[in-house]
Every structure is written in C-alpha cells, then in structure tokens.
Design a protein around this ligand. Structure first.
Ligand code: PRP
Length: 215
C-alpha cells in the first residue's frame, strides 16, 4: 500500500458539517479545528488524508482533473456538471429535492417560452426538453427565489430542503423533479493507483451509511 496521502475534495458550506460528521463516524480522526479553519488545504497525516475545501459546484472538477482523488458532491452538482468521475457511494446526507416553483398567481399556460431562473442551467434545460416544453433559462448564482418576485423569471428550478425559503418568499412548489443526496465520488485513475486506501475509505463510509447506500 502506498504511503501517499489520499486527497479528498470537500464542499464548503451546507454539506460540509454533515460530511465531516460522517467521516468521523467512519473512524477518521479529524482535528476539532477542522470546521473553524479558513484554510483551504488541511492535511491529516494520521488518517492518511489531505482535504481540499472547494465550492460545492467545483468538487467534481477537482476530482475529474485528478488533483483530488475523491470528493463529496451533491447529486444536483453531479447531474449539472457531468464530469468524468465514478460515483461510488450514496452518502445519504444533505437530503433534499429539486423542484419547480413559482408565485401562486402564476398561470403555467400564460407564456409561450416561460423564463426559468436556476443555478442549474443544464439540468433545467434537460428537464424541460424531456417535458416537451420550450423555455428560456436565466442562469443565476444564488438567491434564486428572488427572481419571480422581482419579475426576472416566471418560474424557478432549485433545491428545496425545509421549504422555508419558498414559504418565506411566498412561492409555491409546482413540480417535484428528483430527490438529491450527497455522493462519494472518485477519480478513475486514483481508483486504480490508490485502490487499497480508497477501497478502505469506501468500505468504512458504507458501513456508517448502511450497505444499501452502495450503488
Ligand atoms: C439553497 C437553495 C434554496 C434553499 C432551500 O440555497 O438554493 O434557496 O437553500 O433550503 P430550504 O428549503 O431549507 O429553505 P442556499 O442557502 O444554499 O443559498 P443560495 O441561495 O445562495 O444558493
């Protein structure tokens, strides 16, 4: 077995704490300052790991390019980014779903090509193509719920977790699209060259998640 560290790309933000908790449950000895640090690279040699902290949408990019051997990425990001990585385990954390929402007064038959605001232009475009509906997509980087309120878009496609953001902004869900959870992803080359370390990591995580999480 190589003594090289395994580099794992972690998503900063919402998913991070749940992912760290899962790793600790899997027996990885992560230092307490792990969550509080502003460092973007954290080495944990006693666990044989190096963590890089990236924007959630960028995690598959680091893994595809091989600068990270593995990573934690939401299914939403995996669908949107279509990166050449292996999705080896459903970690069953950060559970939420993707939905179409609008103002309650919105009439879906009103426009020929309604404007849809989303952080996920590819996923949104694929979805409406499958539905046979012509739409115009407006790409935003966050606060998507704002778009219908100020008249930038007719509908939105976004993640719903507790539903609080929709409720507090007076929007209603029109369609549920797909369930979303975080996935453990691996670079195809690393999967061979660091097989022992990565297999062990997958096994330990799978044990915590429950064997039914392995896909
Ligand atoms: C996400 C998502 C929704 C919200 C859903 O945004 O885009 O806006 O969380 O969560 P809820 O159903 O529990 O209210 P996030 O907070 O990640 O920030 P963003 O608006 O900048 O994308």
């Amino acid at each position: 077995m190589s003594s090289e560290l395994v580099t794992v790309a972690m998503p900063k933000g919402r998913i991070f704490e749940e992912a760290v908790e899962l790793l600790r449950k899997a027996g990885y000895d992560l230092p307490p300052e792990f969550e509080d640090s502003r460092k973007l690279i954290i080495e944990v040699p006693q666990s044989g790991m190096r963590f890089i902290l990236a924007k959630p949408m960028d995690v598959p990019t680091y893994v595809e390019h091989g600068v990270a051997d593995a990573g934690v990425a939401g299914k939403d990001v995996m669908i949107e980014e279509e990166r050449d990585v292996y999705e080896v385990l459903d970690l069953k954390i950060s559970s939420c779903y993707m939905a179409v929402a609008a103002l309650p007064s919105y009439d879906p038959g009103r426009d020929v090509a309604p404007k849809i605001a989303s952080k996920y232009p590819k996923l949104t475009s694929d979805y409406f193509r499958e539905q046979g509906e012509q739409v115009e997509i407006i790409k935003l980087n966050g606060s998507i719920e704002l778009a219908p309120i100020v008249g930038l878009a007719d509908r939105i496609v976004d993640i719903v977790s507790t539903g609080q953001t929709l409720r507090e902004n007076g929007l209603v869900e029109m369609e549920t699209m797909m369930p979303i959870t975080s996935r453990f992803i691996v670079n195809p080359v690393s999967y061979r060259t660091k097989a022992a370390q990565i297999d062990e990591m997958v096994d330990r995580l799978a044990e915590v998640v429950g064997k039914e999480g392995v896909s």
